[in-house]
Design a protein around this ligand. Structure first.
Ligand SMILES: NC(=O)c1ccc[n+]([C@@H]2O[C@H](COP(=O)([O-])OP(=O)(O)OC[C@H]3O[C@@H](n4cnc5c(N)ncnc54)[C@H](O)[C@@H]3O)[C@@H](O)[C@H]2O)c1
Length: 262
C-alpha cells in the first residue's frame, strides 16, 4: 500500500492486530510513521508482526502484548502500558473480533452467545472506556471501532454475530456524541467480506467462503485486508476531521446491491 497519511510523531493502539484487518492496519500505520502498540491473541503472530515492522519500518517503535479483550483488567493494563511507553495514544483501533459458531439461533448455546458478545461488543466497550479518559486529558484523539456489513443487515445463521456488530455501531454513535465537543472523533468501519482467517472460519474454508459470498459481491471479489486498512487510516487521520459517529460500509457495493435482501 502506498502511504498517503502522515502519522509521524503519533502513537496508534491496535487491538486485534495479530492477523487479518488489524495486522494490515498496523502495517499501514507503521508505513505512515506511527509508533505502535499492538494487542491481540497469538504471541507468535505478534512477534511475526514486530519482526516485519522492525525490518520494513526501522524508524517506527512497536510493542506487542498478548491481551484478551474479555478481561477488563487485561485491557486496563494494556492501556497503562501503552501510555507509559509512548506518553500518549493519538488513535485507537478497536478491532478484536471472532466469528463464533455459524448456526441457526435455536442451535446456539449461552456459551456461544457469551463468546461473541464478550469479544466483539464488550471488548470494544472496554477499549473506549480506557481510551476516552486519556484522550480527554491530552485534548483529543480518534477512535475507530470494527463493526461489519453484518452490523447493518441480518444474515441467517449469524444472528449473534450480527447482534454484536449492530451493537458496536450503537456504542460508536453514542460515545461519539458524548465527546463531540472534546476534539475526539469516534467512527466505525463496516467491512463486507474480507479474506482473513475469520472469514474462512466463518464459512468453513477459503473456497467455501468464496462459494458463499461471491454471488452477492457486485465487484466479483473479496476484499484484501489492506483495502480495509486504508479506511481505518482515513478515519484515524485529520483527513476525516468532520466525520464522527458514523459507520462506514466498505463492501464493494454488496449492501447497495441488496445483500441485506438475501
Ligand atoms: N473478514 C471479514 O470478512 C470481516 C468482515 C466484517 C468485519 N470483520 C471484523 O474485522 C475484525 C477483524 O477480523 P479479521 O477478519 O481480520 O479476522 P482475524 O481472525 O484475522 O482477526 C481477529 C483479530 O482479533 C483478535 N482477537 C480475537 N479474539 C480476541 C480476544 N478475545 N482478545 C483479544 N483479541 C482477540 C485476534 O487475535 C486477531 O488479531 C473483527 O472484528 C471482525 O468481526 C471481518
Amino acid at each position: 500500500m502506498k502511504a498517503k497519511y502522515d502519522f509521524s510523531g503519533k502513537s496508534a493502539l491496535v487491538i486485534g492486530g495479530t492477523t487479518g484487518i488489524g495486522r494490515a492496519a498496523a502495517l499501514a500505520f507503521a508505513e505512515a510513521g506511527a509508533n505502535l502498540f499492538v494487542a491481540g491473541l497469538g504471541a507468535a503472530e505478534g512477534q511475526d508482526l514486530k519482526d516485519e515492522i522492525n525490518k520494513r519500518f526501522p524508524a517506527v517503535a512497536i510493542e506487542f502484548a498478548e491481551v484478551d479483550v474479555r478481561s477488563e483488567d487485561g485491557v486496563r493494563s494494556l492501556h497503562e502500558a501503552a501510555y507509559k511507553r509512548f506518553g500518549r495514544i493519538d488513535t485507537a483501533f478497536n478491532n478484536a473480533g471472532v466469528p463464533g459458531k455459524t448456526a441457526p439461533i435455536h442451535e446456539l448455546s449461552q456459551a456461544d452467545y457469551d463468546l461473541i458478545m464478550d469479544v466483539n461488543l464488550r471488548g470494544i466497550f472496554f477499549g473506549m472506556k480506557h481510551q476516552i479518559p486519556h484522550m480527554l486529558e491530552q485534548g483529543g484523539g480518534t477512535i475507530v471501532n470494527t463493526s461489519s456489513l453484518f452490523g447493518v443487515m441480518g444474515y441467517a445463521t449469524t444472528a449473534t454475530y450480527c447482534a454484536s456488530k449492530w451493537g458496536v455501531i450503537g456504542l460508536t454513535n453514542s460515545a461519539a456524541l458524548e465527546v463531540a465537543k472534546k476534539n475526539i472523533r469516534i467512527n466505525a468501519i463496516a467491512p463486507g467480506s474480507t479474506m482473513t482467517p475469520l472469514l474462512t472460519r466463518m464459512f468453513g474454508g477459503e473456497q467455501e467462503a468464496k462459494d458463499t459470498v461471491l454471488p452477492f459481491l457486485p465487484m466479483g471479489r473479496i476484499a484484501d485486508p489492506s483495502e480495509i486498512a486504508r479506511l481505518v487510516l482515513f478515519l484515524a487521520s485529520d483527513e476525516s476531521s468532520f466525520i464522527t459517529g458514523q459507520a462506514i460500509v466498505i463492501d464493494g457495493g454488496g449492501f447497495v446491491a441488496g445483500a441485506d435482501k438475501i
